[in-house]
Design a protein around this ligand. Structure first.
Ligand SMILES: [Zn+2]
Ligand SMILES: [Zn+2]
Length: 779
């Protein structure tokens, strides 16, 4: 049999070699192997409407004919339908929008196209692709924060294919729309690449930026066709339609060829039990697994030794550096110099460096690469022999996107998901049906969030007065909101519409609703190290906090909340810091509820008050608590959306939960519930908060609340309410199937608990969830 691949081994043999390191351990790290079969490609003829020059340019690039899905999406768009193409990695989504867009530019010498991407790197890749095609008169150009002033004017006047991003659209293009009048008047297509990345609060903001774009284009007489490209996702038409506010047709039948992939789920082994000193904090005494980073570094090492081209995905920048450096170290120990064939790759590297790394990996000069997320990678970087995924990336959509970098037509490849020590990862490696047996998540966003809609209406009004017809564009909720803004004096009603009353433009950050991000500044040098979302600043940047930046450790001297600045100095103490907080929650209103006997399930608005009151210093390594220090920080208030359930005390005691155990049972269920929510909503556990109590003043019952961590909500709690039975069933399973005795990071402990993971009762949490699941109607 003939297979065209650079690897010396097929996936089965490679997996066997990766496992060799763990022979002798009682439990195999491989919990499941899934075979994803190869798929043959299906081409379609070039659509009859294709301009000969465009076709010639594409054929010259080696594209003999489009895949079926490309031709279908392109034709829909050419006929004026808004379309979203949701297919796998490397399925050629670019061609689906290039074809109608370039055709429009070739056949109408005045037409223009606007392309939006979530990252500069992707826009740069797309630009290179367009330049290579060399279709006459297109003059493609990127327009982003790096574009020099003197080039901007030229681009506005002459480019017919402008590549930019939603931030630039929001901050520059729309406020300065009069300078873009000619471009907007001729706008035929708006391309939104990687549209599944617009989720949560950011997605809700982008949805309104797009409505502002539609309004601006209409003002100059254009109504462009929207073409969206998405990773495989659940309900792509619904999500794209919520994002753009337009009816969108989805094309999802991927007709590109794919090599077979062997997909293994891998759980790092438990470390030998460590008998720590007496005063070791409770949460540190739980059994722990070998870290996913070390495990991934070892697997990368072995894969490189086996001569396979391997890409490791790691969630954090620092993690990617750590994996690359550990692998380099052990390779050099084995064969001096072999470590040079492994590199790290992440956002923040210069474009030239990234290109050099990509080329080296494609040529085989580099064999191993540890990278942050798939989006940051060059588009050509597919067709690798193996992909290691260190930690579940949060959604099945991103999991498949990362795994999709492995395998090429005619070859076979290996993908390995290495579980981290947390409830979701642990659940997934023991429930392969949750990974392989169901569709990927829908992208969750909520354009009706008043905390997003209000500021966006101000932006729109500052661009041009808002008319009644405009309000329909921004949604039903906007009528009430403009009236409120007018009452507050922010907008003024005149016969021709609502006017923005201030001189400057509204200051609106697309990535948050909680005010200005806090700048982290090194006091001695004045250097800006980074920014922290205001919602996390009290926890991460309180005085005395240890703050990590690119692998370097800093200690916070001062947190100035008024000016949103934290001053830090470089220091490498031998402790870590853990903030303690107190949260109060009150119910404002109930939107919807299910009355199920001893159990109630609710969705509604809540006010959350959170105050960081102290922090613990813990010794690195042993986890020993050195001391607890008080803090003097103000309380923070958040009005948001929550899902909550109540259980009657009688049902709890009948199930054998002692009243003294109510708090620990509910708290454990809350933690695991937050950990498992990303299974059904496109969020991660840092987007959501929780509170549990044995008797809540508003519900008068034992209650678990889970709330969106953003003012006004982001759609996650709503999704949890809608899929409560599925969500809580997975939560119950995650806890019940964990091998630990009394709770561990894989089940009920949470890395962000403000109470130091105390009290927690693993066993009773299962009983709580059993009562809830027995009472709730399925689905
Ligand atoms: Zn556990
Ligand atoms: Zn907690």
């Amino acid at each position: 049999m003939q297979c065209v691949t650079s690897t010396a081994f097929g996936p089965a043999e490679l997996l066997h070699r990766l496992r060799a390191r763990t022979t002798g351990t009682a439990v195999s790290p491989v919990t499941h192997i899934e075979r994803v079969p190869a798929r043959a490609g299906r081409t379609a003829p070039w659509p009859a409407w294709t301009d000969p020059a465009v076709r010639a340019a594409l054929v010259a690039q080696g594209i003999a004919a489009p895949w079926e899905h490309q031709a279908t999406a392109a034709t829909l768009a050419w006929e004026g339908a808004h379309v979203v193409l949701a297919t796998g990695t490397a399925s050629g989504k670019s061609l689906a929008y290039q074809l109608p867009a370039l055709n429009a530019l070739a056949t109408d010498p005045k037409a223009t196209v606007l392309y939006l991407s979530p990252t500069k790197a992707l826009a740069a890749d797309q630009l290179r692709g367009l330049v290579r095609l060399g279709v006459d008169g297109v003059r493609p150009a990127t327009y982003d924060g790096d574009t020099p002033r003197e080039e901007r004017e030229w681009i506005r006047q002459h480019s017919r294919f402008v590549l930019t991003n939603p931030d630039m659209l929001h901050h520059s293009l729309l406020p300065g729309h009069s300078r873009w009048g000619v471009f907007l008047r001729r706008l035929r297509y708006v391309v939104i690449d990687e549209c599944h990345t617009y989720r949560g609060v950011f997605g809700s903001h982008v949805a309104h930026v797009l409505r502002r774009l539609r309004r601006a284009a209409a003002r100059y007489g254009a109504s462009p066709t929207f073409v969206l490209a998405s990773a495989t996702s659940g309900d792509p038409a619904g999500s794209a339609s919520r994002l753009t506010g337009l009816p969108v047709t989805a094309v999802t039948d991927d007709a590109s060829p794919r090599g077979a992939v062997t997909f293994a789920l891998w759980e790092p082994p438990l470390l030998p039990v460590f008998d720590g000193p007496e005063d070791v904090a409770v949460e540190e005494a739980a059994p722990i697994r070998r870290s996913a980073l070390r495990e991934t570094a070892d697997l990368l090492t072995d894969a490189v030794v086996a001569g396979t081209r391997t890409l490791a995905f790691v969630r954090s920048r620092r993690g990617a550096e750590v994996v690359a450096s550990l692998a380099r170290q052990s390779l050099n120990e084995a064969v001096p110099g072999l470590g040079d064939r492994v590199a790290a790759y992440r956002a923040g590297y210069l474009r030239e460096d990234r290109r050099a790394i990509e080329r080296a990996l494609l040529s085989g000069e580099l064999l191993g690469l540890a990278s942050t997320n798939a989006l940051e990678l060059g588009v050509d970087l597919a067709g690798l022999d193996a992909v290691l995924i260190c930690g579940y990336p949060g959604t099945r959509a991103s999991l498949w996107q990362q795994a999709g970098r492995a395998g090429r037509a005619g070859g076979e490849a290996l993908a390995v998901l290495v579980a981290r020590d947390d409830p979701l990862d642990t659940y997934l490696v023991h429930h392969p049906e949750a990974v392989f047996g169901r569709p990927v998540e829908a992208t969750v966003l909520d354009p009706a969030n008043p905390y997003v809609l209000g500021p966006q209406l101000c932006c729109a009004a500052s661009e041009a007065p808002l008319t009644d017809a405009d309000l329909a564009l921004f949604g039903d909720a906007s009528v009430e909101i403009v009236q409120r803004l007018a009452a507050e004096g922010v907008l003024r009603r005149r016969p021709s519409g609502w006017y923005w009353t201030h001189r400057g433009r509204p200051e609106v950050d697309l990535r948050g609703t909680g005010g200005a991000p806090v700048a982290v500044v090194e006091a001695a040098t004045g250097r800006l190290l980074g920014t922290v979302d205001p919602g996390s600043s009290h926890v991460m940047l309180h005085p005395g906090a240890v703050y990590l930046h690119q692998g370097v450790s800093y200690v916070v001297d001062d947190l100035d909340l008024e000016d949103a600045i934290a001053l830090v100095h470089q220091e490498e103490p031998d402790w870590t810091t853990h903030a303690r907080d107190v949260t109060n929650l009150s119910v404002v209103s109930v939107r919807s509820y299910v009355d199920a006997g001893p159990v109630g399930l609710f969705l509604g608005e809540v006010d959350v008050t959170n105050q960081v009151v102290s922090y613990q210093r813990r010794r690195i390594g042993s986890g020993e608590v050195i001391d607890t220090r008080p803090l003097d920080l103000p309380a923070r208030e958040l009005r948001t959306v929550a899902v909550w359930f109540t259980v009657s005390p009688r049902a709890l005691t009948a199930a054998g939960v002692e009243p003294s155990e109510f708090p620990g049972a509910l708290h454990a269920a809350e933690h695991a519930g937050i950990g498992l929510l990303p299974l059904i909503a496109t969020c991660d556990r840092w987007d959501i908060g929780g509170l549990s109590t044995a008797n809540h003043a508003d519900t008068e019952a034992p209650t678990v609340f889970v709330y969106d961590g953003h003012p006004g909500g982001a759609g996650f709690a709503e999704r949890a309410y809608g899929a409560a039975a599925e969500w809580l069933h997975a939560t119950r399973e995650a806890i019940a199937s964990c091998v630990c005795d009394a709770g561990c990071p894989s089940c009920v402990q949470s890395p962000k608990c403000g109470n130091g993971n105390n009290p927690l009762s693993k066993e009773d949490a299962v009983k709580v969830l059993d009562i809830v699941l027995a009472a709730l109607p399925p689905g």
